[in-house]
Design a protein around this ligand. Structure first.
Ligand SMILES: [Zn+2]
Length: 94
């Protein structure tokens, strides 16, 4: 376990998941502001059969956490740096 990983899982946060729930709150890129959308992508190991079982409550927590990325922009797909953050987001990967 790395120092960075310990920081993230030490929060004790758990995410309950409804099998029918899809979360898509990604706002469209706004060329007027040129704001980046900084995000961290996490991935979890899942058992699809349990995901569909209504008697089972799928959890996204430390037991099935697989990876956490560095902060990156959803629109331009670049990893965060101070320099990039000070510039307008081009909105598309270059
Ligand atoms: Zn960007």
């Amino acid at each position: 376990m790395t120092h960075v990983e310990r920081q993230w899982i030490a929060t004790g946060e758990q995410q309950r998941v409804d099998p029918d729930m899809l979360v898509d709150r990604l706002p469209d890129y706004d060329p007027r502001t040129g704001d980046h959308l900084w995000m961290i992508v996490t991935s979890y190991r899942v058992v699809p059969e349990q995901w569909q079982d209504r008697t089972h409550t799928p959890m996204l927590d430390r037991e099935n956490l697989l990876s956490i990325t560095v902060p990156c922009c959803y629109y331009c797909e670049q990893a965060w740096t101070k320099r990039l953050a000070s510039r307008r987001c081009p909105g598309e990967p270059r």
